[in-house]
Design a protein around this ligand. Structure first.
Ligand SMILES: Cc1cc2nc3c(=O)[nH]c(=O)nc-3n(C[C@H](O)[C@H](O)[C@H](O)COP(=O)(O)OP(=O)(O)OC[C@H]3O[C@@H](n4cnc5c(N)ncnc54)[C@H](O)[C@@H]3O)c2cc1C
Length: 490
């Protein structure tokens, strides 16, 4: 059985040291019980070692299954179903209607999914494994081999810190005096907020904003930077902004929040928006301004485990901390903060800790997704990053209106951008804004990782009419005007 995202990633790390020792009979103490921890425990067991997972705070499985990936994605789908039903159909002769009749039922169904996945992907996965023990309790390091939980001590050959991260709450006057939601409470609401102010403009903020907007809340996004998704290219974020605004979300950028207070109608935010005084009101406030590591109270300072200025545990390429025998993996070590990278790091760190293998993290061609609709997906470098890296970069943009699948679905929102190295013709990056755009990403990711050229991508068969044909068409656009091609880009 496999836990969430814990498949073997050994091809994505350097080979083990030839002197790597056997893990047989060793014991790994894992602090935290999310994706990184479970993957580490399963790796330890597969190597013939024992693992003890110590978890507190969030239930078993940590952020992803309980308060992150799973609840957000199923609620986004619920919102999408309602949104599609409520919008006039794009197809002639078809009338649709949709209505939210029971918000509490939507949330109940979400809770059932969370519970069943927590059981199937976490509890059941370790239930029959005699090498893995799960302990409920708050752990604290005593030394590099020992963790204390209440009055009990767990001693092993090494310790792995997988304590994750939690919502960061910015220092804004008044914020801590008003009730506010985070991803840990927003997915537990039983009543839909009539209106919602969302602080933040990165992926967690945007996904939450769209799901609540589509379920019926009036949503205003307040973003400090001049753009949402500020790390993305302007084309990507401008287009996404347009699509979100077209369905009623209000997006205000360059916002500096001055003070937050509560009145009888809800939460009031006094701010400077583009330098002008502005007041925003909402029945509820959702804070999604970033993540802060769960690294305090672990006893790190006493042992000399170094952290960065934000508290993320400092690790080297092997995920070793500054103290021998103590390793760290997942959100607690900082970006990238995804469950699939947490799982990858957990397994890698467990192997290194138990065998001394010194495998190195490798994030070449790491794909990422923002699950808004349309989705934003990326891998490798964008054009500006590639140019900055000294690559002779060339980019093409293919709008979805050139992709037969999108035309047939009558949904041509978005574009596919491919970036290649002009000198080698190799793909160096892709940026996609499209409904289900994430499903297009892996072809580009594999091409980058395995040095496949754009000409090879263009020459490969892509079934007609699939969305993936868009990748072929985009690849062809480097040398051709694809609007002049017949069916199947032949
Ligand atoms: C709203 C949201 C949506 C997301 N969506 C996605 C997505 O779609 N795809 C994706 O890949 N990623 C997504 N993520 C990110 C993903 O959830 C995290 O990157 C991942 O869960 C991190 O795993 P982890 O094991 O490092 O930490 P966590 O899962 O946070 O686990 C850490 C565990 O350790 C516990 N703990 C902390 N301190 C102690 C202590 N002293 N003793 C014992 N236990 C302790 C915590 O309570 C928690 O249970 C999302 C995150 C959020 C917030």
């Amino acid at each position: 059985m496999s836990s969430c995202c814990s498949e073997d990633h050994s091809a994505f790390s350097s080979a083990p040291k030839s002197s790597a020792a056997s893990a047989e009979g060793k014991h790994l103490i894992i602090l935290g019980g999310g994706g990184a921890a479970f993957s580490a425990a399963l790796k330890a067991s597969s190597l013939g070692a024992r693992a003890t997972i110590i978890n507190d705070g969030l239930p078993m499985g940590g952020t992803c299954v309980n308060t992150g990936c799973v609840p957000s994605k199923t609620l986004l789908r619920a919102g999408e179903a309602l949104h599609r039903a409520q919008r006039p159909s794009a197809f002639a002769g078809i009338e649709t209607t949709g209505r939210l009749t029971d918000f509490a039922a939507v949330m109940r169904q979400k809770r059932e999914l969370v519970e069943s996945l927590r059981q199937a992907k976490y509890a059941d996965v370790i239930a029959d494994d005699p090498n893995i023990k799960f302990v409920r309790g708050r752990g604290r390091l005593v030394d590099a081999r020992t963790v204390q939980v209440d009055s009990e001590r767990f001693e092993g050959d090494a310790v792995l810190l997988c304590t994750g991260a939690q919502p960061a709450v910015p220092e804004i006057p008044g914020l801590r005096d008003v009730p506010f939601l985070t991803n840990e409470s927003a997915f537990e609401l039983t009543e839909l907020p009539e209106s919602l102010l969302v602080l933040g403009g990165r992926y967690i903020a945007l996904e939450c904003a769209q799901l609540f907007a589509r379920l019926g809340s009036r949503v205003t996004i307040l973003q400090r930077s001049s753009r949402i998704l500020p790390q993305g290219s302007a084309a990507l974020t401008d287009d996404l902004t347009r699509h979100l605004e077209s369905e009623g979300l209000k997006i205000v950028t360059s916002v500096s929040v001055q003070r937050i207070r509560q009145d009888r109608s809800g939460v009031v935010i006094e701010a400077l928006a583009n330098g002008e005084r502005a007041v925003f009101r909402g029945a509820q406030l959702l804070v999604a301004t970033g993540r802060t590591p769960n690294s305090s109270g672990l006893g790190l300072e006493n042992l000399g485990v170094k952290s960065d200025a934000h508290g993320f545990v400092s690790v080297d390429g092997h995920l070793a901390t500054s103290v021998a025998r103590i390793y760290a993996a997942g959100d607690v070590v900082g970006e990238p903060m995804f469950v699939y990278t947490a799982a990858y790091e957990g397994a890698l760190a467990a192997e290194n800790a138990l065998t001394g293998a010194e495998r190195t993290r490798d994030y070449t061609a790491l794909p990422w997704v923002v699950f808004t609709d349309p989705q934003v997906a990326g891998v490798g470098l964008d054009e500006a990053q590639a140019t900055a890296a000294g690559i002779s970069a060339e980019a093409v943009n293919l709008t979805l209106s050139s992709v037969p699948r999108a035309l047939a679905a009558r949904d041509t929102r978005g574009f596919i951008q491919l970036i290649r190295n002009r000198e080698t013709d190799r793909l160096v990056g892709a940026r996609i804004l499209a409904p289900e755009g994430s499903e297009l990403l892996m072809e580009a990711a594999l091409a980058i990782r395995h040095g496949i050229t754009v000409s090879e991508l263009a020459a490969a068969f892509h079934p007609y009419l699939t969305l993936s044909e868009g990748i072929k068409l985009a690849a062809l656009s480097f040398g051709k005007d694809v609007s002049k091609l017949s069916c199947c880009a032949a």
